[in-house]
Design a protein around this ligand. Sequence first.
Ligand SMILES: Nc1ncnc2c1ncn2[C@@H]1O[C@H](COP(=O)(O)OP(=O)(O)OP(=O)(O)O)[C@@H](O)[C@H]1O
Length: 247
Amino acid sequence: MLAATGLRRSYPLPRGGEVVAVDDVSLTLARGRALGIVGESGSGKTTLARLLLAAERPDAGAVLLDGEPWSAPDERARRPRRRLVRLVPQDPLASADPRLAVEALLRDSASSAGRPARRDALVELLAQVRLGPEILGRRPRTLSGGQRQRVAIARALAAEPELLVCDEPVSALDVTVQAGILDLLRDLQTRRGLSLVLISHDLAVVRQVCDDVVVMREGRVVEQGPVETVWARPAHPFTRALLDAGR
Ligand SMILES: Nc1ncnc2c1ncn2[C@@H]1O[C@H](COP(=O)(O)OP(=O)(O)OP(=O)(O)O)[C@@H](O)[C@H]1O
């Protein structure tokens, strides 16, 4: 479904020079599979996600979505397929208008993708993320962290995307709430045939949801493969250190 080859993205530093956030990264994601991107803070995970979402343009390399150029310079060529891909950002709902209730947030997301936004469809959507209909009338700020993350996932799903990218979906949540969100993501992915990219600094989190993993360090991929193989037999010393830190 998604193929990236030789992606590079650098940013200028204020006093000259540049930081290479993503450096020669190649990866593939098959339809209906879940790919984890793991690495420490500053390793380039969010930048890579933005490149995969075509929210940012690479300096070099390309992303193909269903075999077609996705990170193309021509925005018009991309627009018809933009709704197929949705992001659940690191700080969900932070940019949402605080006056809006959950119902309006879900409705806006659905209608922006030309999807039906009847109340019963929204109630059904909330049920999919294991929330009751009473949440529709609530404002995000009055919800718990776990409820907000579920609403953020529902908001992305309202557009009926084929690919969901989740940036650190559980890092702000305590462990028991984390387990519920990860289980939900896995369930949505298998039941809806959703393709998923999950970004985390924690390989144990990725392992609960993903089939494959890409390990990043300083913008580069140091290791990639089936998550169980990487977990059981990490080939790179950095992956071993990452594993030890999480255990
Ligand atoms: N818009 C930007 N302008 C300048 N530098 C940036 C920008 N975005 C990212 N960077 C730099 O690129 C590098 C990679 O950042 P990125 O946010 O992709 O890492 P990350 O692995 O997602 O980190 P974290 O887990 O802390 O979110 C960092 O050195 C960061 O400072």
